[in-house]
Design a binder for this molecule. Structure first.
Ligand SMILES: [Fe+2]
Length: 364
């Protein structure tokens, strides 16, 4: 476990949310958030939701999580989803869910609108829950050209698996020229190094769970997580590791040249690309560029970790590519929505004091 210890100090990535009279992020706050997005690829807007708004979001999520007919996401990780280590599922386009998404989109219009035009599609609205026994995702990039949002509807501790990010690893014109040239190659090296650690961590964890009364393995779970031929990119699957069939991490990532470069550059990589694990307080909202390196860690606590999430495209997006990384609810597929639709929709109104008009100590 020690090998995966990273800093939880996110103060350099945070902007306290301040709203204007219309309930949108104030211009100075928008500028600070955009500067963070440009520099780090993400921003954490603290106090964007009041306690009662966060509670409303949690209630919407609970309604879906307890629905036996909920629509599961088709990625990251399917095996965890199957064995209820994770419960990643899309939320239906009910008036309440769309109202909640509209409230967020309208409040964040100054930031989101810098990236996403009004005609760009809402790719998914989802809830991401992880439980004890889940696997640690490999460090990865989501399909590019998307802005994603995680809203903490309750306090999330690092132990519960707040998302890990590698600030500054987002991709844009000329970004590869940084750090003396070849920045992307260095990022890939860093990714390989961390993913090797994650592979060992996940393997040791599943092995330990065979005799762990607190987190017992389900029948067939060990086989499916370690030896299955099924596609799943976030398990410590030895078979797919050895045959090079895991695009995130496998033996083919560890050639002699890579190992030599890793040995020579290990300190440099740590200095240039330090990882940070978020532990957002209730009401915080994380915005990140989908091309930023990140991972959803395993939950090492007894408390489930839950996030509300939604993603909006920044550009035209090919259908298959969209579905590789995002799982729209069937109701959203049947009736697609754009960023402009969210800006025009009636936002959910939760009785509360506007965040701009109160100090954090007075939050309801
Ligand atoms: Fe991801």
């Amino acid at each position: 476990m020690k090998a995966l210890k990273v800093s939880s100090d996110t103060s350099a990535l945070e902007v306290p949310a301040v709203l204007d009279e219309s309930g949108r992020l104030a211009p100075a706050c928008v500028n600070s958030a955009l500067a963070m997005m440009d520099r780090h690829g993400l921003v954490i807007l603290t106090g964007l939701l009041s306690n009662s708004e966060a509670a409303t979001g949690l209630d919407l999520m609970r309604r879906t999580i307890t629905d036996p007919d909920r629509s599961h996401s088709a990625f990251a990780s399917e095996t965890d989803n199957r064995y209820l280590r994770r419960d990643f599922c899309s939320l239906p386009s009910s008036p309440e869910v769309i109202g909640f998404a509209a409230m967020l989109a309208q409040r964040l219009e100054g930031v989101l609108g810098e990236y996403c035009g009004r005609t760009r599609p809402l790719l998914e609205v989802a809830t991401f829950t992880s439980y004890r026994g889940s696997s640690h995702q490999y460090i990865h990039r989501d399909p590019m050209g998307v802005i994603s949002l995680f809203a903490a509807v309750e306090d999330v501790s690092a132990e519960q698996g707040g998302t890990v990010f590698v600030p500054g690893t987002h991709m844009y014109g000329g970004a590869d020229n940084r750090h003396g040239g070849g920045a992307y190659g260095q990022m890939e090296l860093l990714r390989t190094r961390w993913n090797a650690r994650i592979f060992r961590h996940n393997l040791a964890k599943v092995w330990g769970m065979r005799k762990d009364a607190a987190t017992p393995l389900a029948p067939g779970e060990f086989r499916d997580r370690v030896f299955s031929a099924q596609w799943d990119q976030h398990q410590p699957n030895l078979l797919r590791y050895l045959t090079g069939k895991n695009a995130q991490f496998s033996l083919r990532h560890l050639g002699p040249r890579t190992l030599w470069r890793l040995l020579r550059q290990r300190r440099l990589l740590d200095e240039r690309f330090p990882l940070v694990q978020t532990a957002p307080r209730k009401g915080s909202v994380i915005l990140y560029r989908s091309d930023l390196l990140h991972a959803g860690p395993d939950n090492r606590s007894l408390q489930p970790r839950r996030f509300f999430g939604m993603s909006i495209a920044r550009d035209v997006i090919e259908h298959k590519y969209w579905h590789d990384g995002y799982s729209p609810h069937p109701t959203l597929t049947a009736q697609p929505l754009t960023f402009g639709d969210l800006l025009a929709a009636e936002p959910l109104r939760v009785p509360t004091t506007a965040p701009a008009l109160r100090s954090p100590a007075l939050a309801d």
